[in-house]
Design a protein around this ligand. Structure first.
Ligand code: PEP
Length: 253
């Protein structure tokens, strides 16, 4: 019997009112007795809609970003308190697309995680190396640096976060890390957490990067892979539910 798993979908900048309705209803209906926690991180304008659609189901609500600031003159940003008002339980912090296209630094990502934690939202902190960094043998150094910033800023609260290892070269590319490659980095992250908290096993470590119905089971079977962060495959209810089923089977098995 392994640990309870967490499967989180990341819709990225996808969705439309009508399409969301079918997607969320189908996912929610498929979650009866799901043996894992399941969430969808949706674009901010759809939080209210998805919250209403998911009401009464086991589907948890997530956001894709949060402002580091509490309130004020920060045009375009969304605060943690606002997310709370919509029943948000999880929030991505430092997704590689935010790091790459919006210049988010390790320090900013750490602050965002802290802001989320302060209002009771669980940050899903994303770390991962680019292809160039992997090929240069820098994977370990990069993910350790990214996580170290979050540990430094969040101190003992670190046991309340979720970490997603997402190799940038595997996101949206159809190229997945092998279960062994992913496990190797997850074990490294676990060791790093062990130096910061007495209960490193309580921090769910998700794998993300082209996870799909076909490869989910072998990734989720790894000792330190506690779930998945799913982009493309979270946009089709049947595919997403197959990953949820694989997570449930990994726990039972
Ligand atoms: C993601 O966006 O976090 C992700 C893992 O995307 P994909 O599953 O499409 O690679």
């Amino acid at each position: 019997m392994t640990k309870h798993k967490l499967i989180a979908g990341n819709w990225k900048m996808n969705g439309a009112l009508q399409a969301n309705e079918a997607l969320v209803r189908d996912i929610a209906a498929g979650l009866n007795n799901a043996a894992c926690t399941v969430a969808v991180c949706v674009p901010a304008p759809y939080l209210a809609q998805v919250r209403a659609l998911a009401q009464g189901s086991a589907l948890a609500l997530g956001a894709q970003d949060v402002s580091r600031h509490a309130q004020g003159a920060y045009t375009g940003e969304v605060s943690a308190a606002m997310l709370c008002e919509f029943g948000v339980r999880f929030c991505l912090a430092g997704h590689s697309e935010r790091r790459q296209y919006h210049g988010e630094t390790d320090a900013l990502v750490a602050e965002k995680a802290k802001t989320a934690l302060a209002v009771g939202i669980t940050p899903i902190v994303c770390v991962g190396e680019t292809l160039a960094e992997r090929e240069a043998g820098q994977t370990e150094e990069v993910v350790k640096r990214q996580l170290a910033a979050v540990i430094h800023v969040n101190g003992h609260c670190i046991s309340e976060i979720v970490v997603a290892y997402e190799p940038v070269w595997a996101i949206g590319t159809g190229r997945t890390a092998s279960p062994e490659q992913a496990q190797q980095v997850h074990a490294l992250l676990r060791r790093q957490l062990a130096a910061a908290t007495p209960h490193p096993e309580r921090v769910p470590l998700l794998y993300g990067g082209s996870m799909n119905a076909a490869n989910a089971a072998s990734l989720l079977a790894q000792a330190d892979i506690d779930g998945g962060l799913i982009g493309g495959a979270s946009l089709k209810a049947a595919d997403f539910l197959q990953i949820v089923a694989a997570a449930g089977a990994a726990v039972a098995g």
